[in-house]
Design a protein around this ligand. Structure first.
Ligand code: ATP
Length: 132
């Protein structure tokens, strides 16, 4: 199986650096699928489920915001937050979801609504990635 060099970095530092066979991630305008020898490409990322195939194994993750850059040399995903499914604390995501929903019931200011909607989306993505 041919591979490409994938680097995933977050503000906390290097997250993954190795060979991958496939990456599916949510760009701002929909899901993109990166395979070996993909043409050069840059996009901002949205919030959604990501999937990386490594050594024939499909790993699911939650990814919220950032940039994806595909060059001839490598594929670099600079994510605002990125968690593998097995590292997600579902109780925390559930509490974050409830807090965001409570804020949305009362919020009147656009900035507050936007923040709560973004938080709700992150929480729903984390819950969906960890769902069986
Ligand atoms: P919370 O209110 O629970 O912090 P949030 O959506 O506001 O949720 P973020 O700002 O997206 O949290 O993330 C802050 C940090 O915590 C990031 O490093 C992120 O990877 C991590 N994180 C957030 N929620 C979870 C979770 N449910 N499980 C594991 N890590 C999480």
């Amino acid at each position: 199986m041919s591979t490409f060099h994938l680097q995933i970095v977050t503000p906390d530092g290097g997250f993954f650096d190795g060979e991958a066979e496939k990456l599916i991630v949510r760009a701002i305008d929909g899901n993109v699928c990166i395979l070996p020898r993909h043409s050069p490409y840059v996009s901002a990322l949205g919030t959604g489920e990501a999937c990386v195939v490594i050594n024939g194994q499909r790993r699911r993750a939650a990814c919220a915001g950032g940039m994806l850059a595909v060059t001839k040399e490598n594929v670099r995903l600079v994510a605002t937050t990125f968690e593998w499914a097995e590292d997600i604390d579902t109780g925390r995501a559930q509490r974050a979801k409830e807090r965001a929903e409570n804020v949305l019931q009362k919020a009147t200011e656009k900035a507050e609504i936007d923040r709560a909607q973004a938080k709700l989306k992150r929480a729903l993505t984390r819950l969906s990635v960890t769902a069986p």
